[in-house]
Write a protein of this length. Structure first.
Length: 168
């Protein structure tokens, strides 16, 4: 929220109420702050970062095996072939495949797929990624479900903040 008087302008983060004040006629130090497109609100750097997906939490090195599995699939079938599937067929193929490989992992943690020679766990990861893409491209799943959608308590708190109501 932006409020101003004859002597100062006060910028308060719409999400956490962090505040920065500027004397009239001086630009505030808003390094990292984000003005809403309508110019009526602001987000502090911390809340602005919180709205972005924390991609650094994905252990990319753990995806190498899944990438190799997907490369094998591209050679065995056609590149991106999974994108041409309808939802029912995708569920049958990719979810079934993921569950078969997951059953192998449950039985033998270090199970290796006979056809590809890759760990079954890498197949599980690849199939989960493929299934997510198929659901997303069919419009059944959002590309980014958004921040703070962790559970009902968090959702209620976020909705209360957005509605500017006290949280019980």
């Amino acid at each position: 929220m932006i409020t101003s008087t004859a002597t100062e302008a006060r910028y308060s983060c719409d999400a956490c109420e962090a505040t920065v004040v500027a004397k009239a006629g001086h630009l505030p130090m808003l390094s990292g702050w984000l003005l809403d497109p309508d110019g009526q609100g602001v987000l502090c750097p911390g809340c602005r970062r919180a709205r972005k997906p924390p991609m650094h939490l994905i252990p990319l090195h753990a995806l190498r095996g899944a990438a190799r599995v997907m490369n094998t699939g591209d050679r065995k079938y056609r590149p991106g072939d999974y994108r041409a599937r309808d939802l029912a067929e995708a569920k049958r193929m990719f979810l079934d495949s993921m569950l078969r490989h997951l059953a192998e992992v449950e039985e033998h943690e270090l199970a290796v797929d006979e056809d590809s020679g890759a760990p079954s766990l890498d197949h599980v990861i690849a199939q989960a990624l493929i299934y997510r893409v198929v659901l997303q491209e069919a419009g059944a799943l959002e590309a980014d479900p958004g921040p703070l959608r962790v559970g009902p308590v968090v959702v209620e708190a976020v909705e209360a903040v957005e509605a500017k109501e006290p949280v019980a």
